[in-house]
Design a protein around this ligand. Structure first.
Ligand code: G4P
Length: 292
């Protein structure tokens, strides 16, 4: 996505505390499950997680697959598998794919479980930490996996209060992210992708600029969607701004003097994109990694 000039500030203030809390709990974990937004799997990853979890068996959940480009999700899944992660493709809201979680964890830990069984400890509790940035779908995922309506806190001796232990079955339990794992971005393009998906708040953004960058990306990668939804054909010299204007004009958002109300169109575009009304899109691909 175009990186011109957008500066999104984030608040990394709590990260030191969160890092410490995650590191403290890590020794109690058998595995780590990182939940990512399938539309922006890299931008929704906190880079600290890589280092904090490097010596644990890891599973990546690509969530919100209902909103992501299905072909791109497949490519991301094979990319992460190639990096040594187990991967699940999930729509946590509808509970699609969540049922595979317990068997995926047990497969990931097969060697360890075989070792326990040899020692006569079959059925020993497996603990998995769920990690993810705010709003990525952690509670929705945990509730579906644990088949409960709300994730309820349980106190356990030996662990700090307020830790969220959630039982899944007799020998599997989950720990919700201790602390707030904010996304991290020095790169403005990462901030923009987070903003497009609604992961950062609107009031800190220039909506028209954000929408014009989104339009440029959609015009390049998904022109058919713009044609279908906004009756806007993408011409070779169109920019994000001209596409925003064209779509606004088609929608009839014209103000005095014949100008297009691009702010109104920007809001519509972002709402429809976030709500999945425009289609299913992925904003970054594994092959983009080398370019950044
Ligand atoms: P968090 O714990 O990581 O902060 O995220 P949470 O589960 O609260 O999910 C944030 C929002 O994302 C919720 O929407 C939730 O329904 C939605 N969500 C989670 N997983 C998926 C998914 O796979 N697909 C889609 N489309 N949405 C998902 P909300 O608007 O806050 O609540 P609600 O309107 O769904 O009740």
């Amino acid at each position: 996505m175009d990186e011109k000039g957008m500066k999104i500030q984030w608040y990394p203030g709590h990260m030191t505390k969160t890092r410490r809390m995650i590191a403290d709990q890590m020794k109690h974990m058998d595995a780590v499950c990182e939940i990512l937004d399938a539309r922006i799997p890299l931008s929704s990853r906190n880079p600290d997680v890589e280092e904090l979890t490097a010596d644990k068996p890891r599973l990546i959940v690509l969530n919100r697959t209902d909103l992501a480009d299905p072909a791109a999700t497949k490519r991301w899944a094979s990319y992460f598998r190639g990096c040594g992660f187990a991967v699940l493709e999930v729509n946590a809201k509808a509970g699609q794919g969540t049922g595979k979680f317990p068997s995926a964890v047990r497969e990931l830990l097969a060697d360890k479980l075989a070792f326990y069984a040899e020692k006569g400890q079959a059925g020993r509790m497996i603990r998995v930490m769920i990690l993810g940035i705010p709003n990525v779908g952690k509670s929705t995922f945990i509730n579906k996996v644990a088949k409960r309506k709300t994730a309820k806190a349980e106190d356990r001796p030996g662990v700090t209060r307020s830790k969220q232990w959630v039982p899944v079955d007799q020998s599997l339990e989950l720990l919700d992210t201790p602390g707030m794992l904010w996304p991290k971005f020095e790169d403005p393009a990462v901030g923009e992708r987070l903003a497009c998906t609604g992961a950062v708040r609107d009031e800190i953004l220039d909506l028209e600029e954000l929408a014009s960058h989104l339009m440029a990306y959609l015009g390049e990668h998904y022109p058919q969607a713009l044609l279908e939804r906004y009756k806007t054909a993408v011409e070779p010299d169109d920019t994000g701004w001209t596409l925003l204007e064209k779509a606004g004009r088609k929608r009839g958002f014209v103000v005095r003097g014949g100008e297009v109300d691009t702010e109104r169109m920007a809001r519509i575009l972002l709402d429809e994109f976030r709500g999945g009304k425009l289609g299913r899109f992925t904003l970054e691909l594994p092959e983009d990694i080398a370019d950044e």
